[in-house]
Design a protein around this ligand. Structure first.
Ligand SMILES: [Zn+2]
Length: 69
């Protein structure tokens, strides 16, 4: 099973998160503080979903814009 590590910003503990929990919020196993969702793969957003994603995501976001023309 693939896992990835999320560092808790409150206590610094590393939390091992199963890959199938990608994009979901969790809690630190050490201090129970909320953990930000992480994405291992790029997310394709649309004009409709972009603003809501940015407003809800607590961390930095790297955006690549493109258009068919
Ligand atoms: Zn913590």
């Amino acid at each position: 099973m693939d896992t990835y590590l999320v560092t808790c910003s409150a206590c610094g503990a590393e939390n091992r998160i199963p890959a199938e929990m990608e994009g979901k919020r969790g809690r630190c196993g050490s201090c129970r503080a909320p953990l930000p969702p992480l994405f291992r793969r790029p997310q394709q957003l649309s004009e409709r979903s972009f603003d809501a994603f940015l407003a809800d995501y607590p961390g930095p976001v790297l955006a690549e814009f493109w258009a068919p023309w």
